[in-house]
Design a protein. Structure first.
Length: 82
């Protein structure tokens, strides 16, 4: 299963299907929206969640080079792309 480990705000661990993540946002807590519409609030930062998803995908497809991992767009607080 395509699962990543995360932590709820109450410090209880959860395992999330990485393939179901639609978006991850900071508001100020990290909120994960799944393709089902469900929302999860976790202790990990947006960058940590993103890194875990990328790491999972690299484990799933180890023969692919780093260049083949989709680039992730990050935005500054002003909304400009970095």
């Amino acid at each position: 299963m395509p699962m990543i480990e995360l932590t709820r705000l109450n410090r209880k661990p959860i395992v999330v299907n990485a393939e179901l993540i639609k978006l991850v946002e900071r508001s100020p807590d990290t909120v994960i929206t799944l393709i089902t519409g469900d929302k999860l609030v976790v202790l990990e930062t947006v960058e940590e969640v993103t890194a875990r998803v990328v790491r999972y995908r690299q484990l799933l497809h180890p023969s692919q080079s780093q260049a083949s991992v989709p680039a992730l767009c990050t935005r500054t607080p002003a909304g400009e792309e970095q």
